[in-house]
Structures are given as C-alpha cells and as structure tokens.
Design a binder for this molecule. Sequence first.
Ligand SMILES: [Zn+2]
Length: 324
Amino acid sequence: MDTPAFLDRGRPDVPDMVVPRGVTPFHLEGRPVRGRLVRLGALADALLSRHDNTPEVNALAGKALALVAGLSSALKFQGSFSLQVKGDGPLSLLAADCTDAGSLRFYARSDEEALPALLGEVATPSDRELFGNGYLALTVDQGADMDRHQGIVEIVGDDLAAMATHYFETSEQHACWLMLACERTSEGWRSGGLILERIASEGGVVTDDFGDGASRVSAPEDEDAWETATILARTLTAAELLDDGLPPEKLLNRLFHEESLRVGQPRALAYGCRCSRAKLVDILGRFSEDELDHMVVEDRIVMTCEFCNVDFRFSREEVGPRSA
Ligand SMILES: [Zn+2]
C-alpha cells in the first residue's frame, strides 16, 4: 500500500529542480518524420554529480537519461518508462527511468576492479566496451494492476544510440535515428539528444513507439524525405546540442528550416527520485523480526537509495519489535 502523502516525510536532501523546456517535440509537415530534441541543462549536473562515478560512466549515464526522457515523452502512459542495460563488462548495470511527469533518475553499478583495469588500457572506452555483452530492455510500468510492456534485445552496436536504434529496428520494427551526447562543460555536466522517428505519411497509420504493428505505407518520396531529415540531423554537433545558450527552436530551425518544421509544446523534466523514510520503513516492515535483527550494524539499520546516493538510518525499534 502506498504511504499517504501527509505521512510521506523524510525526503532526502535532493535538488528540487525543474527544467521547463527539457523536451521539445517537432514534426516536419508533409513528411514522414517526427522528433524530439532533449536537453537536460543543469539537471544533468544535478543528477550525475550526486554519484561518485567515473567521468566515463557519467557520460554514458547522461546519455541514458536523455534517451529515456526523449522516448517517454512520445508515449501515452502513466507510471514510469525505464531503460536497463545489463552486460558482462565493467559497467554491469545501468538503469535510468522517466515518469509520465518527466521525473528522471538513474543508477549505475560498476565493477571496482574491472573498470579501473579497462580505463588503464583504453583512454576513452566506447559504450560497448563499458557494457560488454548483454541485453538492453525498455519497460513501460504503469503500476501493479496494469500490463507491463517490455522489450528486450541483445546489446548490438558501439554506442548507446546505436543500441537503441537496433532495439527499435528489431523489437518495434520502427525506423529511428538518434544522437545522444553528454559531456562535462564549463557549466558542469550537460546531456541531450535528438531523436527522429519515421512515421507513416498521409494515407498510412501513425503509431507510437510502442505501436500495435499497424501496417505502414511507404512511398519512394517518403524514403527520400526520411533520408534528407537524417542527413540534416547528422550536421548537429555535440557542442550545439549541449549549449544552454542556444534555444531549442533556434537549434531546430538551423537543422530543418527548409523542411516545413513545426515545433510543438515543450515539456518539463525534473529531478525525480521518489524515495522517503516512510517508504523504506514500509519495505523493512516486510522482513521478519529475526531478519531485521541481523540487519543491525552498530545499533542502526542502514538502507541506501541507490538513485539518490543517500543513506537512510533507522533504529531497530523504528522498524518493528525485536524478536524475543
Ligand atoms: Zn532516492
């Protein structure tokens, strides 16, 4: 059972941050192309700098955050949309999710020996070298009573954008083009992405990313228009994508001003972990008295929110009676 809001006290000291124009949707009128421009701005720094990950892991995590922010904004759902990559490489788990309200969080788990070993060998490892072999999953979770939509593919490609493109080609039979970037700038960490999606043109059926496989009509002129859009998108540089001083509309206009660009209503992104003392007490309450007794270290039970990197400390009495 969810804790009522008025009891949900004890939030960790995390930034209360909202980026009003985090995701800017657009489409090219009369062409089978729609897209999203994603820019986390200062939110990237707030999310990434809470953890003591290496810069290489941060750069990859920042791209994952831009990816889930962009993909989730195209879906109609209530709950969370998550990306999980699990591999046998030094970065064994990367999880990032975004709620329907645009709240973002992530968690990365790396191997304490394998990661320094790789970084000693390769100065700038590829995303693939960090992940190794494994799988990538995208999940829409709408709560306990609703169906979960999950797609899983093998990790294919050198970087996260290629891995996600492979996902859409195989799992969703959906052509898309992606660019993701995350770097530490003079302002701190910044991350962003540009996602183009091929949709059916007039006469066809427009479906979302998690569509029902409705048949799509494809004409030669559609092929050309899609090709043109991706060629234009390729001229975008990481510096432009991550430049807070360059407004989204201006950036999109630079790329697509000759392609009947139509820019939609931007959507906000926010710092988004939902952990609290009350929720964790609830979880601890499901353990037996004996199990709880064994969790006590130096008179305290410590639970860590891996997303916020915050330790919550509880006295044994706070979470239930001791076993006799
Ligand atoms: Zn948290």
